[in-house]
Design a protein around this ligand. Structure first.
Ligand SMILES: Cc1cc2nc3c(=O)[nH]c(=O)nc-3n(C[C@H](O)[C@H](O)[C@H](O)COP(=O)(O)O)c2cc1C
Length: 220
């Protein structure tokens, strides 16, 4: 269907590596970065809620502030071409304005809307049990952001752009620094995960993965 072979996709997956050192002189073009952001935007999310925001931090002063509380990107935060902080929505309850807006995209009439909200009330309460704490509900949205994260990294790898997902940081401090800088409203959003993009400074060693037999079982 598309003019891209399985071999090419596999080669991109094998080449992709968590990049801890970027070439400071090579930057991702605006056009290529717009493509990466579009892959994030097109990502699927539960209930089609799109419970995310993508903050691209190109301000070096802000990056330097993040460095001491972000051990997982200490070696790359200054040289990375682009740093994206992915935010997840807080309090995305079935009866929130946020949720209603997400459902409105489907063009439901008022009766269908009420039915959908009742269904998602049960889904969030009984099935996913995410209403037990603010944290569980946030983590449900945070899970969705990781799909966008993966799509951005894979799509980047397919056009030869390197990346590194980042969870190695003090969440409280990073939330504080970014909220203080006016980057987002901490009542509405929280930091889910970060990711850097750029071009690797040096070749990266081959990767280790468990053999398929160890991780896959078939039930026939
Ligand atoms: C959600 C997530 C968070 C990660 N956080 C960090 C991080 O903070 N710093 C880092 O250097 N690598 C981080 N990694 C990279 C992993 O260590 C790496 O993906 C793993 O060792 C496999 O290596 P590969 O990606 O090169 O194949 C993270 C990976 C994932 C998926």
């Amino acid at each position: 269907m598309f003019n891209i072979s399985k071999q090419q996709v596999l080669e991109a997956f094998k080449h992709r590596s968590a990049t801890r050192a970027y070439d400071p002189d090579k930057k991702v073009s605006a056009e290529d970065f717009a493509y990466i952001l579009e892959l994030a935007r097109l990502s699927p999310s539960s209930v089609g809620s799109e419970p995310w925001k993508f903050v691209v931090i190109q301000n070096q002063e802000l990056r330097r502030k993040l460095k001491p509380v972000s051990w997982g990107m200490a070696t790359q935060v200054e040289d990375a071409s682009h740093l994206v902080v992915i935010l997840a929505k807080k309090n995305a309850r079935y009866d929130s304005e946020f949720f209603r807006t997400a459902l409105e995209k489907r063009g439901l009439n008022e009766e269908q809307m009420e039915k959908a909200i009742a269904k998602y009330q049960s889904f969030q309460t009984n099935d996913m049990k995410v209403l037990e704490s603010e944290r569980s509900l946030f983590d449900w949205c945070s899970k969705q952001t990781y799909i966008a994260l993966a799509n951005m990294m894979t799509g980047a790898a397919l056009i030869g752009i390197d990346s590194c997902p980042i969870e190695g940081f003090d969440y409280e401090q990073v939330n504080l620094i970014l909220a203080d800088a006016g980057v987002f409203d901490p009542k509405e959003y929280g930091v889910s995960v970060m990711v850097t993009f750029g071009y690797r400074a040096k070749p990266i060693k081959s990767k280790y993965r468990k053999p398929l037999e160890e991780i896959v079982s078939w039930v026939e």
